[in-house]
Write a protein of this length. Sequence first.
Length: 324
Amino acid sequence: MTTIRQTSGPPATQILGVGSYQPERIVTNDELSQIMDTSDQWIRDRVGIVERRFAAKDERLVDMAVEAGSKALSDAGLEPSDVDTVIVPNCTMPSPIPNAAAQVADRIGVKAAGAFDLNAACAGFCYALGVASDLVKSGSSQRVLVIGAEKLTDVVDPVDRANAIIFADGAGAAVVGPADEPRIGPVVWGSAGDLVDTIYMREHKYIYQEGQSVFRWATTKIAPIAQRAVEAAGLSLADIDVLIPHQANLRIVEAIGKKLKAKGAREDLVVADDIVHSGNTSSASIPLALDHMRQKGRVSSGDVVLAVGFGAGLSYAGQIFVAP
Ligand code: UT7
């Protein structure tokens, strides 16, 4: 019988470093109210956003991913040659080929990288983190650079007040590598394809969503999924220091935090609110929030973080990791 050799890797993985990038241009709610029928008050009350960043016309998703990825590598104290695989979760590449990951890997200087994009919309980062961790554990990759990057302003009708006030641009990255002790938990993921029509983009033009249906789904279904991720890691909610849900809407984020506290999470649980100054950046929102919270001292090395992403699909994924 033919014997096919198998690879095997280290028993455990960890996040070795993180980095993020946001475009320079800050867009306030007042600026948006000048071009559409909305107001600073409505946006703050309903979504919790005060300002967001929009990329320049000639600034591409790939450019932002290169910045975030390079910073994550230097945060980890690694060289491009230490990485062999690059994953770019995103849903806003202007065309499907060439993918973002191969371009980003080349620009960063990762030679002959395994490079692929992963589209699970706003759940993309948690999906990719799960894939990266399993690639390392299986021995398929040594170290993986995961970069959530989005240029949502390319796919949002600039005067559609339902979407243009929410979405923004940016990138956030994490380097995943081997560990002696498990510092990334199993990913819990899934999808609700019966709700596929609630968020969509037709013919690569603009994003539309049935905001209220998605809002109801997110505020009822995501907390139990987050709880499953905690159980999958063999922990209890009281062990969690930091909660980073996808930054879709501050009201959704707060509802998830409240539900988890009612189920046993600590009152001093730190809940990410990066959406206030970053907007909803889809695949980039979780690593962006993580990096910003580290910079502000809201997340410290060794903290137990619960991340959960959710969005079009409707797709969701969550896992525990220890902050680097
Ligand atoms: O990241 C991917 C996953 N996406 C999400 O998780 C998004 C989930 N959904 C949401 O966050 C919210 O549903 C939205 C922020 C999208 C909308 O907020 P809402 O509180 O659900 O508003 P709504 O769509 O129910 O609209 C309420 C009212 C409507 O007016 P009428 O019909 O009551 O007169 C809207 O026309 O608010 C109006 N409206 C606005 N008014 C001022 C909708 N957008 C705006 C706006 N400014 N930007």
